[in-house]
Design a protein around this ligand. Structure first.
Ligand SMILES: Nc1ncnc2c1ncn2[C@@H]1O[C@H](COP(=O)(O)OP(=O)(O)OP(=O)(O)O)[C@@H](O)[C@H]1O
Ligand SMILES: [Mg+2]
Length: 250
């Protein structure tokens, strides 16, 4: 279970999460948990599906004690009909975030269980959003702060790293924080990681063409730089985690 989060601006959380969900092997589930609202139904899917399912409906189901029963029918199949790449669409209205906030812990627990059988990628949106889903971050195996290699992105990331580290320290457990750099320059990813003193978990290349399709719809090319890198990221992150776990065990 991977949680993606940003500090400020729009560094590419949604596009990166969608790129992972569309390319990783095994069963993938992208959860649009940005309290500011979901983007994939009206963006990548171009409004082609009814918007009557998703996080808000799931929250209502949980309030009725029916989260488990209602979960599957809230999902969208991103690569129909196999149901191997799934989307839990996000909120249509940020005002709904107040309804979802009390059930974040139940949703986080449930997603944690689903992560036993596949990848769960959670778009948490901006750390500063009202009703931010902290329980989702707490449940994740890895928390990726998404940044660009720009002065403004990096300077907003500094306090975000502080908040994330403090939160992690208070809860104890291993360091789960990593950086995902969307490499549109000018500063190279390694320099961004050195400045923020956070491990570089992954780098995705600047690829306007694919990013535009993931944001607004159109024909995707699996051999494009962004999708190829996104696919490779799964293995890179898994190997890095093994090294970290091995070091800890040793
Ligand atoms: N790898 C990339 N290369 C080029 N452009 C990108 C890349 N990733 C994202 N973008 C572009 O950056 C913009 C913001 O992307 P996205 O919507 O994913 O950001 P976000 O962090 O989810 O923002 P928000 O917090 O507003 O939801 C979009 O125009 C998107 O097409
Ligand atoms: Mg987004």
């Amino acid at each position: 279970m991977i949680a993606l989060v940003s500090a400020k601006g729009s560094p590419g959380v949604t596009v990166s999460g969608l790129a992972f969900a569309l390319t990783w092997s095994g069963r993938t589930l992208l959860v649009e948990a940005d309290p500011a609202g979901g983007d994939v139904l009206s963006g990548y899917l171009q409004g082609s599906l009814d918007a009557q399912r998703g996080l808000a409906q799931l929250a209502v189901a949980e309030l009725r004690g029916r989260l488990r029963d209602e979960f599957e029918r809230q999902l969208v199949d991103l690569a129909a009909p196999r149901r191997q790449r799934l989307l839990l669409p996000g909120l249509r209205d940020p005002a709904q975030a107040a309804t979802v906030a009390p059930v974040w812990p139940a949703i986080a627990d449930f997603l944690r269980q689903l992560a036993e059988d596949g990848s769960v990628i959670v778009d948490c949106g901006r750390l500063t959003a009202p009703h931010f889903g902290w329980p989702l971050l707490h449940a994740a195996d890895q928390v990726l702060l998404v940044v660009r290699g720009t002065l403004s992105s990096v300077s907003h990331a500094v306090p975000a790293v502080g908040v994330l580290r403090k939160e992690q320290a208070e809860r104890g457990g291993p360091d789960r924080l990593g950086l995902l750099v969307v490499d549109t320059g000018p500063y190279p990813a390694a320099e961004v990681a050195a400045r923020l003193q956070v491990d570089l978990a992954a780098v995705l290349p600047a690829d306007q063409r694919s990013a535009r399709v993931l944001s607004s719809g159109g024909q995707l090319h699996l051999r494009s730089p962004l999708l190829r890198s996104a696919a490779a990221t799964q293995q890179i992150m898994a190997s890095n985690r093994e090294v970290v776990d091995g070091t800890r065990a040793g």
